[in-house]
Ligand binder design. Structure first.
Ligand code: PNS
Length: 161
């Protein structure tokens, strides 16, 4: 069985992430969404909240294969090996993502040759989208409905009450 890991902060999950999840889930037998626990970026949502939001979003999708959501800590490559993953999935929005992603992918491959990183180019309608932008818009009470799945819009606004 081919297992893939889609790792990230998901603080919060966006429609861009969901697009990658849907597309990547067709590439592997089992997709595991790895949610980074101890993030230097100081996340807005606790890891349990981020996992719960992703599970809620996936619960609303039709025709998706079984996708697991798991929190992880430490090195991504160790988490991927523990889960017996063959690939790590990452999304590339623009050339600005590339340098950072290339470095991480090559470093991870150095650490474990058995696991490759596969890049999905983001669908054009989400090429500008980031969790940081969503948080900034929400913090000023702006409309985030076109950026995140509808079922988590209120969860995000609740953080800024
Ligand atoms: O959504 P993000 O914040 O861009 O995701 C970044 C993530 C989680 C993929 C990256 O920070 C990560 O893998 N962190 C775990 C620590 C690690 O393995 N670092 C890479 C060693 S070079």
């Amino acid at each position: 069985m081919k297992v893939g890991i889609y790792p990230g902060s998901f603080d919060p999950i966006t429609l861009g992430h969901l697009d990658i999840i849907v597309r990547a889930s067709g590439l592997v037998d089992q997709l595991i969404i790895g949610v980074l626990k101890n993030n230097a970026k100081k996340p807005l949502f606790a890891v349990e909240e981020r996992v719960a939001m992703i599970e809620k979003v996936l619960g609303e999708q039709y025709n998706l294969p079984d996708i697991q959501v798991k929190a992880f800590d430490g090195l991504l490559i160790d988490f991927a090996a523990k889960e017996d993953a063959a690939i790590i999935v990452r999304g590339l929005r623009a050339i600005t993502d590339f340098e950072y992603e290339l470095q991480i992918a090559q470093t991870n491959h150095k650490l474990n040759h058995k696991i490759d990183t596969v890049f999905f180019t983001t669908s054009v309608e989400y090429s500008y989208l980031s969790s940081s932008a969503v948080k900034e818009i929400a913090s000023f009470g702006g409309d985030i409905t076109q950026f995140v799945p509808g079922c988590i819009v209120q969860d995000i606004f609740d953080k800024y009450k």
